[in-house]
Write a protein that binds this ligand. Structure first.
Ligand code: DX5
Ligand code: ZN
Length: 226
């Protein structure tokens, strides 16, 4: 299987007042990507960051900024985020039933990598057309908690979605987000997830380096078994 492990600390669990140094701390600890949760009080009941913060952060790092858009109107964010320096742009399928083709094309044309996310209650079949499109998404994010907040409990029943996706699309980037850490990584990795978002388990650890390397090793070990 040709998918690389990507460990993406969720900056939602960081000290937002020290975002630049927190991102550097995560990169020094072995992070591949930085997961940026964009929430604006509709779609999820929380408010975090937007393009201005991505733009400021971009001045401090060349790292891959994996943006997860929990907004009802993702199309309005494509241009501002591209200008700000976002790397990945993952929108929710629930918000984009009618315009995902246009959305993917705009994301790509502005130099970002398109991904699609789905909430726990959304059937996996809803993302197939987006993966199989002429201009496809390059990552599927399977939410393993209800989006909105860090520190929630991992939902193991979501692993059926990951297994189905991995079987159908062996080389697709499959990301899991919510409740991932040392106690849940094995089930996610063996189901076939290769991009691992982890907020509280990494930032809450005395040694983030150890958690990040444990997450990476689990993904790599699970792949060797395939
Ligand atoms: C939740 C966000 C997640 C969150 C994960 O809606 O999408 O990225 O920060 O945090 P943990 O790992 O603490 O569940
Ligand atoms: Zn997220």
């Amino acid at each position: 299987m040709e998918v690389k492990a990507k460990i993406a600390p969720s900056m939602l669990s960081s000290d937002f007042a020290n975002l630049a140094s927190e991102t550097q701390r995560m990169l020094n600890s072995g992070a591949d990507w930085l997961h940026m949760d964009i929430m604006v009080l509709h779609f999820v009941p929380n408010l975090t960051i937007g393009a201005p913060v991505i733009e400021s952060l971009r001045k401090h790092t060349t790292a891959y900024l994996d943006c997860h858009l929990m907004v009802t109107n993702p199309v309005d964010y494509v241009e501002p985020l591209a200008k700000a320096g976002a790397s990945g742009f993952t929108f929710h399928v629930e918000t984009s039933k009618d315009n995902w083709q246009e959305l993917i094309q705009r994301i790509k044309s502005l130099g970002m990598r398109p991904g699609v996310a789905l909430k726990p209650g959304t059937p996996i079949g809803d993302v197939y057309p987006l993966v199989e499109a002429e201009a496809p998404v390059e990552m599927v994010l399977v939410m393993t908690v209800e989006p909105g907040f860090g520190g929630q409990k991992f939902m193991p029943e979501m692993m059926d979605k990951v297994r189905i996706l991995r079987k159908k699309y062996p080389s697709l980037d499959i990301e899991v987000d919510g409740g991932l850490g040392p106690s849940t990584i094995e089930i996610a990795a063996s189901a076939g997830a290769n991009c691992i978002v982890a907020g509280s388990s990494v930032f809450g650890a005395p040694e983030p380096t150890e958690v990040i390397s444990l997450l990476r090793n689990s993904v790599q070990k699970a792949q060797q078994k395939c």
